[in-house]
Structures are given as C-alpha cells and as structure tokens.
Design a protein around this ligand. Structure first.
Ligand code: KG4
Ligand code: ZN
Length: 390
C-alpha cells in the first residue's frame, strides 16, 4: 500500500458521505454497498480508486508524471500519453487489489472523458472501455471539473445549491452547483488558469533548480518560497478591477511578473535560468496578487448569488477545489472572505484538491445514485478535449 493510500484510508475510513446513503437500505434489509471504480487520465496524473456509496475510499493508486514534465519545462502531450499507457494497468490493478474488490463486484466504471489533453483522455477511455466490455459493466463518463466540484460531498455534508470556485492548472470557474449535473456558470478565466500562470512564473524563475523545491509543481514551489518572502517588495496591479462580472484573467499578471524578473536579472547581472536573490519576494508578491484577484471575483459572485436569491444568506456555502485550492495562502484569503460575508467555507483536503481517481469514482457514485449518465451501451462514446462549460 503506498503512502497516499494509507493516509487517505486513515482519514476517510468511516465514509463521511454516509449521510447520502439513504437509498441503500430497503424494507429494513441492508443492501450491499454499491462500488464504483474511477479512472482519471485527463492531464498528467494516472489515478484510479474504488469508492462505495457511503464515501468509503476502499483503495486508491496514483502515478504522478510531474517530475518528468518539470525536466522538459512543461507537459508534452505525447510524453504524457506514453506515461499513461505505461502506468494505467498497474494503477488500476493496485487500486482494485488494495480495496480487495474484483471487477465483477463493481456496480459501474467511471472515467474522465472531458475536458483535458486529448491524447491523455484517450488512454483512460480506451482502457476503461476494454474493462467495461469484458466484464459487461455500466459505464459512467465523467466531467473532470464537475468531479472537482463535487469532491466536497464525499468529505463533508453539503447540500445543493452551493457556490463553487474551481482553481486548477487548466481552468478557473465560478459556478453554483445546483445538482449532480446542474451547474450555473457565473464566471471563468478569459485567458489562462491560475495554476498555468503560477507554473509559468515558476519556470521563468527556474524554481526546479532551487534546492528547496526542485521536485514541486510550479504552484506549490511558489507557495513554499513565498512563506519566507516579503510580498511588499513588489506590487502587481490586480487584474480586471473595472470589469463588472465574475470573470478572471491571469495572463496580464503573468506579464507584469515577467517584466519584474527581467528587470531584476539585469540589475543582478544574471542570465535567464540563473536564480535571482529576490526569488522569494517575487514569489510572495505574485502569489498575493493571484489571491487578491481570486478573492475579489469571488466576492462579486457571492453578492450576485445573494442579490438574486440563488443562495440563501442563512446557509450559503462557498466550496473551493482544484489543484490551486491546495494553496494555504489563497485558502486563507477565501476563508476570511467567507467569514466576513456569512458563508460557510469548505475545501477538500489538499490531496483531494489535486487530480486523483477518488474524485472520479465519487462522481460515479453521485451519478449512479441520481440515475444520471449511466450508460449500458458505449457505442459512439468519445472524449472531448475542450471545455464545454459545466
Ligand atoms: O487540479 P490539478 O491537479 O490539475 C488540473 O486539472 O489542472 O491542478 C494542477 C495545478 C498546477 O498548475 C499546479 O501548479 C497547481 O495546481 N498547484 C498549486 C499548488 N499545488 C498544485 N498551486 C498553488 N499552490 C499549491 N500548493
Ligand atoms: Zn484537475
């Protein structure tokens, strides 16, 4: 059992979503729990997990490609595809064997089919369809961002509707989750996602060469260095302050940070790729600007939801998820915002914010319970790389 699996089993042993499992008992008789295998390959993580309808994570396995992509300075889709191909069988076997469940015992197989990198999505879909056809199992196609959005219902008791903010390497979305497959889109990034911006800044600062963070994802490396940096040494203008909507923008901010880096390299007589002395201060100021932008746009969404009675001020909840939501500084800013506006604030634990098989299996359970998108025939099923919103 790997360490990720151990820690997951420890913390979510009792299935904190047991509150949802009202339909598993019938006429006083206890029915067997429904089990779903989830498979995730939309980007650079090969993940698989078996979850039951009470939210017990029975087994999980994850292969992360991050170190390979850090060396090449970004994800090369063909490399990601090859690594998914090399690992998917082993990862699925590991998740099944840890859970002590055979494919025959599964109620369904759930797999990410959108959005993501086409070549990566294709590997997970092809492998899943082989299993589905061999074992004659129902198939549940999963929307990766919906899975991020509903992970919170595995770990906490949250009823619809709630405001959800999704912050990842590929997306930035504000929406109201109104049901398992019912999302009201309030805003999204008009250019790049916050994780993408932080990854680009981290690459431009050559953080993979920094002894304290050589194997960390870009956003995580920025967070780590920012802890001991002084953000007040640099001020980056917060984007979109005059836009009266809930959209985001991060590419202008990235350019501002780049300009400062170039300026500092000149001053210190360094070539691109050499580590600046003020690296921690730049990381802290960039992280702060990202956090302030996210908090301001989320505040607009909160006001909108209350004004239009989409959420009740008595029990409004803000849920934040996606890889960038594992950033403690950004979380803190959002927590303060939620407290100030009477919103409950919920975030899955960091390991469930980044990509994983558990969130896909859990979305499968949610869909199975709601009877939504459970396919008994997979003819014509395709992956969709592009995001057609929620
Ligand atoms: O959700 P995710 O695992 O994959 C996508 O669906 O994109 O998010 C990955 C992104 C990367 O850009 C990574 O740099 C960022 O999440 N990330 C972080 C942190 N950990 C991962 N960003 C800021 N702070 C972190 N601690
Ligand atoms: Zn993701």
């Amino acid at each position: 059992m790997n360490s990720i699996t151990k820690s997951l089993l420890k913390s979510i042993k009792h299935g904190q979503a047991a509150w949802l499992r009202s339909s598993s008992t019938h006429s006083g008789k206890q029915c067997l729990p429904k089990l779903v295998l989830g498979i995730e390959t939309s980007c650079d993580d090969t993940g698989a997990a078996v979850v039951d309808d009470a939210g017990n994570i029975l087994g999980e396995a994850l292969h992360c490609q991050k170190e390979v992509h850090l060396k090449t300075g970004g994800i090369i889709p063909l490399v990601a595809q090859q690594l998914h191909r090399e690992n998917i069988e082993q990862i699925v076997k590991e998740a099944l064997s840890i859970s002590g469940v055979s494919v025959n015992e599964l109620a369904a197989i759930a797999t990410t089919v959108k959005p993501g990198l086409a070549l990566s999505l294709g590997v997970g879909l092809e492998y899943s369809l082989k299993l589905v056809n061999k074992y004659k199992k129902p198939f549940i196609p999963i929307h990766h961002m919906e899975a991020h959005a509903l992970t919170i219902r595995l770990t906490n008791q949250v009823e619809f509707p709630f405001l959800v903010l999704l912050l990842s390497g590929g997306h930035c979305i504000l929406a109201v989750a109104q049901g398992v497959s019912d999302f009201l889109l309030l805003g999204q990034s008009i250019d790049i996602a916050p994780g993408d911006m932080l990854d680009k800044v981290a690459r431009r600062l050559s953080l993979s060469k920094h002894p304290e963070c050589h194997s960390m994802a870009g956003g995580k490396a920025i967070e780590h260095l920012a802890q001991t940096g002084n953000r007040q040494h640099y001020t980056f203008r917060v984007p979109m302050q005059h836009y009266r909507n809930c959209d985001f923008s991060f590419s202008g901010l990235q350019n501002l940070v780049n300009k400062v880096i170039i300026q500092k390299e000149k001053e210190e007589g360094l070539q691109k790729g050499e580590l600046l002395s003020c690296i921690k201060d730049i990381a802290a100021a960039a992280q702060h600007a990202v956090a302030v932008h996210i908090v301001k746009r989320t505040y607009r969404a909160m006001l909108f939801c209350i004004k239009h009675s989409i959420l009740s001020p008595k029990n409004a909840t803000l849920v934040v998820s996606g890889g960038v939501a594992s950033n403690q500084y950004i979380r803190k800013g959002l927590q303060i915002l939620a407290d100030a506006n009477g919103f409950a604030f919920l975030c899955p634990p960091p390991r469930l914010c980044t990509d994983n098989g558990v969130m896909i299996a859990w979305n499968g359970i949610e869909r199975l319970r709601a009877g939504l998108g459970v396919l008994h025939c997979t003819d014509g099923i395709r992956y969709e790389a592009k995001l057609y919103l929620l």
